[in-house]
Design a protein around this ligand. Sequence first.
Ligand SMILES: [Zn+2]
Length: 369
Amino acid sequence: MTAAYRAARILTMDPGCPEIVDGCILVDGGRIVAVVPWKEASGPCRDLGDVTLVPGLINAHAHLELSHLAGRFSVGMGFEAWADGLFAALRDQRVSRADVAGAVAAARNSGTCFVADVVGREAVMVRGVLEAEGMGGHLFREVSGRRGLPDFTSADWPGPWSPSVHALYSTAPDLAREAKGWCVSRDLPFSLHLAEAPGENELFLGRGGAFAEFVRARHILPKGFVSPGMSAVAYASELGLLDGRTLAVHCVHIDADDIGILARSGAGVCLCPRSNSRIGVGEASVAALRAAGVPVCLGTDSLASNTDLDLWEELRAVKTVLSSSTPLVELLAMVTLNPAEILGIDGEYGSLQAGRRAAWAILPQDFAA
Ligand SMILES: [Zn+2]
């Protein structure tokens, strides 16, 4: 049976019909049948009132299995101290299903309908929570170190997933290529943390420094590591990791050459501005990335480095550093269309049009003004 939902304004993110004033979304079986002007609809409807509906938001980078670490770390610790604190906390305490369920429910209540989540050992639990809470998700099963890919064929993991690489300072190049190749051969998305920490570029350029000493001392750096003599972004490109199905996460420490590489590759860059600020690793060049045509996405990262998983707060952080004339639809694309295309879920999420899932969010007043 078709249900109808009326709203004062609907921003569909469908280029063919981007905005409907006094609109109506017709839904059947959890899918959108049509988005039409109210006067064209008929039958009973639920009037949502004087609100603007937008597509449900997509969080392009989170770690739900760190949800028990909310409030554990102080602000501005710097990457190395924060990472040491994280390792200690993970030795101390294991996440519970209730921790993850609470984080997912709060994210859903703030308008998120889909999360690209990096998982280690809690994949089955995280997937179970996502299903129970009615949240869509793609799980990135993170690999690092020197060994080859795990035997994924023997596992029966529910829902969409693919391997991701932790970072190029923690993963041997052969394993990184193997993980990306696994995704390419199955037309699945891939992800890696890239150019997040100050000193990452110096490590790859062979210049040493505090970060290089940190990853060596903690045995994070794979044995036999050889500096490639180029930046982190150039190294990712050299390894064939960047294309239109890759989410390069963070990209804080990049220069004009790196931005050119990212733009030519078609890769999406997932910025996590509040996590970067909270840890104290710097601020990504969102304006320069956008100017180069890089599809920018947004992620919250985890509750170990953020106060909540509210994507509107992430978008507010980005909005403050962009021109005030930046169109609303371009801001919204960072949490709807852009991640939907890179994750390969644009037939399901990212816009409000016939055939997509009936998942929407209400635009906060400060964005509507
Ligand atoms: Zn992360």
